[in-house]
Structure formats: C-alpha cells, structure tokens
Design a protein around this ligand. Structure first.
Ligand SMILES: *[C@@H]1O[C@H](CO)[C@@H](O)[C@H](O)[C@H]1NC(C)=O
Ligand SMILES: *[C@@H]1O[C@H](CO)[C@@H](O)[C@H](O)[C@H]1NC(C)=O
Ligand SMILES: *[C@@H]1O[C@H](CO)[C@@H](O)[C@H](O)[C@H]1NC(C)=O
Ligand SMILES: *[C@@H]1O[C@H](CO)[C@@H](O)[C@H](O)[C@H]1NC(C)=O
Ligand SMILES: *[C@@H]1O[C@H](CO)[C@@H](O)[C@H](O)[C@H]1NC(C)=O
Length: 403
C-alpha cells in the first residue's frame, strides 16, 4: 500500500475557468479521429532533453457513437460550477456494492484508476452528479510513459481512449517519476489540447509538496496553463525514518503548501491532498506506552486503510489489545495509540499514528491552499462503520467549511 502510494499520489483542480453552462455531449465534441498528435516537445527548461522527436502517432480512438450509460444525459461533459471547490476522491477498487455504500453525494469528483474503470461505477457516480476522471498513475516501473517517445504516444492514446470510451469529464495526470523531464509539462499540454476547457473538460495533475522545480517560472507557467488544478500530496511524510512519524503532519503539510504559494501557484488552484490510510509499526520497546516508537528491525512500518486502522483503535479486534489511551500529538495535530500483540515468546508493542475526522479537518481549515480537498482513496473506507465514514465527510467537505 505504502509503496503504491509513493507511486501514485497527487492531484489538483482549479476553478478559474470553471463554467457550468457549457454542457455538450462528448460524442459531439471529441472528433479527433484520424488526426495526428505530434510527440515533439519544445522546451526551454535548463534541463532540456534533446527534444527532437518528430514522430507522430495516430490519434485516440474515435468516440463511441453511443453514451456508455443508459441515461444519455449522464454523458454530458461539464465542469464544476465556478464557486464549487473540488472535493475529490481517488479510487482503485470500484466493486459496485461497496461503492454504493460509500460514495457520498458531497463528493464532486471521482478519479478512477485507469485499469479499474467500469461502466457501472462511472454511470453510478455520474448519476449522483459527480464528475469522473481517469486517474493515470506513472511510477518508476512505468516511466517509459514519460521518457520514451513510444511511451508518451501510448500515454496520450490510452488516456484518450479511456476518456472517450467512458464519456469521462477529463484526466488526472499522476506522474510520480522523472518530474525533472520537460516531457512532464509537455504531456500536460498535450492533454489540455485534446481536452479543452471550452468543451467542458477538466485536467488535473498531482504533485508532491517538496519539489523545488516549481520555482522554475517557465515550468510553473506551462503547468498552470495546462491544468485546472494541482493536487498536492501531503502524505508519506515519514517514510524511511527509524521511528514511526506522522503520515500527514499538520506542520509539514502547511510548509509544503507554502512552497507552491511562494512559487506563484494561485491558492484557488491548489488542492489539499490528504490520506485515508495510515502507518503502524512494531516498536523496540516492551513498555506499554511509548511516545516515540523506535521501529524494530526489520523495520515493520506498514500502511493500511483507515478502515483497518479504525478496527484497531476502536478496540474491535480480538488479536490486539490497546495499551495506551487514545493520544493526541500536539505538533503533528493527529491521534496515535499503542497496542499489544501477543506472540509465542511474549508480546510486542506497536504504535499507529493515523488521521481521524478532526486531524483531517484541521489540515484543511488551516491550509492556505484554497482550491479544494482530495483524498487517497475512497476505497480505504470500505468496511468502516457508516457513522465513522459520515463523520469524515461532514468534517472535510471544503464546500461546507466556514469561510
Ligand atoms: C480513418 O482512417 C482509416 C484508415 O485510413 C479509414 O478507413 C477511415 O475511414 C478514416 N476515418 C475517417 C473518419 O476519416
Ligand atoms: C527559447 O529560448 C530562446 C532563447 O532564450 C528564445 O529565443 C525562444 O523564443 C524560446 N522558445 C520558447 C518556445 O519559449
Ligand atoms: C534534430 O534533428 C535535426 C535533423 O535531423 C538534426 O540536425 C539535429 O542535430 C537534431 N537536434 C538534436 C538536439 O538532436
Ligand atoms: C511533525 O513535523 C515536525 C516538523 O515540522 C516535527 O518536528 C515533528 O517531529 C513531526 N511529528 C511527527 C509525529 O512526525
Ligand atoms: C467491529 O467489527 C464488526 C465486524 O467486522 C463490524 O460490523 C463493526 O462495524 C465494527 N465496529 C467498529 C466500531 O469498527
């Protein structure tokens, strides 16, 4: 999970050009058939590749002539209203019964992993008025999507095939590798050309909060011209430390957002991305309570869904015993707890530092990024008691927070 998260997280959205009056049927507006897309990047960045590629690719498959949903009106493409902030959830597991139990009407954008799009999930989400994007993650293992010409051509082709096939509202470009490559902004620009604002599409990109390249003015301008929102990934902040740190630390989250704001990214186009998962670790100590859990070797430091963590901290498991009360860290502004797992040799002490409705709300309320909120991921709530899930929705909807 952790590994996956490193690979896959970020988002963004913005609302400067949002409009609600421009609804058109997808099939009327994407007529890219048989045109070609140049995969040549022209770039002036200092780290420029010898971007001298002239090959063209055949454009994305033509749009299906019929709407994927039985209700044709669900295939209209439109953007969020100007005054609505994105409340976005990424998702992988689109199992329809779980989705129906968990998907809230408060959510206004669902970003579905490109390999898990189903007609049922897309049409159900759209029937609630939710915009649906294809979430296209690129990791080190799939870096060809950025660094090779064929890879970039596939990226554009597959992305557009998904948008067209499912009549989606746009794309969420989650490149988590090779961000120094000028092909990063190049790909954003190409998707923007194919999915223009005027036709009601939305283009997002997800970025970690610690990349200094945002200070390159030319790159920043190109990114901002190409995407509606940038979703900042405020998690996995303590990965690799010898002790268990916060996954999404209040103070570090605010510092990361400052980086983007100082570089000139407008606050209303920066989405605050937060985790619906947390880490636990096995501590060296045998003390029942420990504030700082030094991790035992091999360092067991694992990410789990908030549904799973909730079953531990709500004392709803037979195999663990809570050994501390519910604790609150005054710096990371998040809860933590110690617990015991019995073994053949005695017992081990664990700790989890996680997020609850309050810690998530504080990060949103105090954030200077005002472009909305994104959560990784909705399916991390599957199996959690409904009351706990509702608490999170009530606490974190950016459109309900006091101004
Ligand atoms: C696209 O190209 C193919 C192959 O050349 C051709 O059969 C098809 O009719 C073309 N489609 C359009 C809409 O021009
Ligand atoms: C790239 O930089 C050169 C020299 O600074 C400038 O003449 C040219 O117009 C720039 N090209 C683009 C596409 O910005
Ligand atoms: C780009 O292609 C042209 C024509 O093939 C070649 O002369 C030039 O050296 C190439 N530039 C780079 C940076 O590879
Ligand atoms: C949270 O971040 C601060 C630095 O901004 C650091 O001092 C603190 O140890 C972190 N807390 C946790 C629990 O990771
Ligand atoms: C405890 O576990 C049961 C069975 O898995 C589940 O139905 C219930 O919702 C859980 N309660 C809490 C508070 O997590």
């Amino acid at each position: 999970m952790k590994f996956y998260c490193l690979i896959v997280i970020y988002l963004f959205i913005l609302c400067c050009h949002c409009q609600n009056s421009n609804e058109l049927l997808t099939k009327d507006i994407v007529k890219a058939e048989n045109t070609t897309i140049a995969t040549t990047a022209t770039t002036n960045t200092t780290n420029s590749l010898s971007a001298n590629i002239t090959t063209t690719i055949t454009s994305p498959t033509p749009v299906a002539s019929s709407c994927v949903c039985s209700d044709e009106s669900l295939c209209k493409i439109s953007r969020l209203n100007e005054n609505t902030k994105p409340y976005l959830f990424w998702i992988i597991n689109t199992e329809i019964n779980q989705l129906k139990k968990t998907l809230s009407k408060d959510i206004n954008i669902l970003s579905i992993h490109k390999d898990y799009l189903t007609k049922e999930a897309v049409c159900y989400a759209k029937s609630l008025g939710i915009k649906v994007l294809v979430w296209f993650p690129v990791s080190g293992a799939t870096r060809d999507y950025v660094v090779t010409e064929e890879g970039r051509a596939s990226f554009l082709r597959i992305g557009m095939e998904k948008v067209n096939k499912f009549n989606l509202n746009g794309i969420d470009i989650d490149i988590e590798t090779d961000l120094d490559s000028p092909y990063y902004e190049y790909l954003l620009e190409k998707f923007r050309e194919l999915l223009p604002v005027a036709k009601g599409y939305t283009v997002l990109t997800d970025l970690p909060t610690n990349y200094n390249f945002v200070y390159d003015v030319k790159r920043k301008d190109r990114i901002l011209n190409a995407v509606d929102y940038v979703a900042m990934m405020n998690y996995d902040q303590s990965y690799g430390l010898p002790y268990l740190g916060a996954n999404s630390n209040h103070s570090q989250t605010l510092i990361g957002q400052e980086t983007f704001l100082k570089a000139g990214f407008p606050a209303n186009r920066l989405i605050t991305g937060l985790p619906l998962y947390a880490y636990y670790g096995k501590c060296v100590t045998k003390d029942l309570y420990v504030e700082q859990c030094v991790l035992s070797r091999p360092r067991l430091n694992t990410a789990y869904s908030l549904a799973y963590i909730n079953s531990i901290v709500s004392n709803n498991r037979t195999d663990v015993k809570l050994t501390s009360g519910l604790l609150w860290d005054q710096v990371s502004l998040a809860p933590y707890i110690n617990y015991m797992v019995t073994t053949n040799l005695g017992y081990d002490i664990y700790q989890t530092r996680y997020d609850n409705a309050l810690s998530l709300r504080l990060k949103i309320q105090n954030s200077k990024a005002k472009g909305g909120v994104a959560f990784f991921r909705l399916d991390n709530l599957y199996g959690m008691p409904e009351a706990r899930i509702n608490e999170i929705f009530e606490a974190t909807n950016p459109n309900n927070l006091p101004k």
